[in-house]
Design a protein around this ligand. Structure first.
Ligand code: FMN
Length: 183
């Protein structure tokens, strides 16, 4: 009961401290759906944190203003021809110089959907983000879909529940880190 002996109550007129809201930007591209499923899982994981606003944007819709407005970022791309996808690269090409030196130290991670490798797409993104002086807060999460034939490669992808859980856990960890202000 408020006011009873032994009960702690805020003094009358005391300011309520509301933690500042933080924004996590998830930028993705996909050809056959796999990366989108990964990006959505990560976004949903981050959104478990009440103080986090998550923005999930297709690479073609994302640009420098979105990057500037974000406290943290997740970049999600397929690996195509041993590289991040063309539209993902276009996002970085359009955004790189307008935000350079204005986002130093912000946390990021990347998700890669690949047939069998994915490491070069991750390396490319990490190199760009080193230039941006972002802070890598998790190893690149690579999911391999094991598509080998042209037919399988072009077929719609279905990412398994365990891999989606890994993506959700990554999103949740970044969301929690942002909310707690540990970055
Ligand atoms: C043109 C093309 C090139 C690809 N090159 C690679 C590659 O270099 N390394 C790899 O691991 N997978 C490669 N893949 C396979 C894709 O990464 C894989 O199908 C992945 O699931 C695509 O993600 P998405 O479903 O989000 O489009 C390629 C696929 C296409 C269509």
């Amino acid at each position: 009961m408020p006011g009873q002996p032994g009960t702690l109550t805020a003094p009358a007129g005391a300011a309520q401290v509301t933690p500042a809201r933080k924004t996590l930007l998830v930028v993705y591209h996909t050809m056959t759906g796999g990366t989108l499923q990964m990006a959505r899982a990560a976004a949903d994981g981050a959104a478990r944190e009440p103080a986090i606003d998550v923005r999930l944007l297709h690479a073609a819709q994302a640009g420098p203003d979105d990057v500037l407005a974000a406290d943290g970022m997740i970049f999600a791309t397929p690996e195509n021809l041993a590289a991040m996808s063309g539209l993902m690269k276009d996002f970085f090409d359009r955004s790189y110089y307008p935000v350079l030196d204005r986002i130093n130290g912000r946390p990021y991670a990347c998700l890669i959907c690949a047939g069998s490798d994915g490491s070069n797409a991750a390396r490319q993104i990490e190199r760009i983000c080193t230039g941006w002086r972002l802070r890598l807060v998790a190893d690149a999460l690579i999911v391999c879909t094991h598509a080998q034939t042209p037919e399988d490669i072009l077929r719609e992808k279905h990412i398994g529940p365990l891999d989606l859980e890994r993506c959700a856990d990554l999103g949740a960890a970044i969301g929690a880190g942002l909310a707690m202000g540990i970055y």
